[in-house]
Design a protein around this ligand. Structure first.
Ligand code: CO
Length: 189
């Protein structure tokens, strides 16, 4: 299955608002292919040559509901700089993720969030937990794992997790004061 801009559904498509179903494990060949297609999209979308050739919008994550399949699967691939300024790619290909713990403290990206399935620009701070712990089956590691992430990677995980619940990022923007800063939250550049 090849995912591109044409196969991604956009808001207000009703399937973006559906709660996704648990996926039986071990994965069926069909679900495994779906998972790998999601990861392939995210990886290819950040390759300038492939993105241009195949008309892919750059992304750091995509969830199955975004191609109209309401199953609990999402892919995340984020390039981060380590202490020596080397690029380190952090990737998760998760099935049936569950948010099992989180900090009280929150964080938000200074410039807000975007989404492959949202063409309108919604401005404002999207508050999320600063630190999160997820339990999930990771297809890349072929086992159930506990994930502890924070800040940017934590935000990406929570954004994709929201897709499985039928929640979109702009739902979380303060309607009366979109850029309102909170006391217990860090704003990330
Ligand atoms: Co999204």
């Amino acid at each position: 299955m090849k995912i591109n801009t044409e196969t991604i559904i956009v808001d207000p498509h009703p399937l973006l608002r559906v709660k996704s179903e648990d996926v039986p494990l071990p994965l069926s060949p069909e679900d495994l292919e779906l998972a790998h297609s999601l990861m392939q999209y995210v990886r290819d979308s950040r390759d300038p040559v492939k993105a241009e050739q195949e008309k892919l919008k750059p992304a750091v994550g995509i969830a199955a509901p975004q191609i109209g399949i309401n199953k609990k699967i999402f892919a995340v691939s984020v390039d981060m700089l380590d202490e020596d300024d080397n690029v380190e790619t952090i990737e998760y290909l998760l099935v049936n993720p569950k948010l099992i713990a989180h900090s009280k403290r929150e964080c938000a990206l200074k410039s807000g969030e975007g989404c492959l399935s949202i063409e309108t620009e919604y401005e404002g701070l999207v508050y999320r937990y600063e630190r999160v712990t997820f339990k999930a089956f990771d297809v890349l590691q072929n086992q159930e794992i506990i994930i502890k992430e924070s800040d940017y990677v934590g935000i990406v995980l929570q954004h994709e997790y929201d897709h499985l619940l039928g929640v979109l990022f702009y739902d979380r923007i303060n309607k009366t004061n979109p850029w309102k800063e909170k006391d217990n939250a860090t704003i990330i550049d």
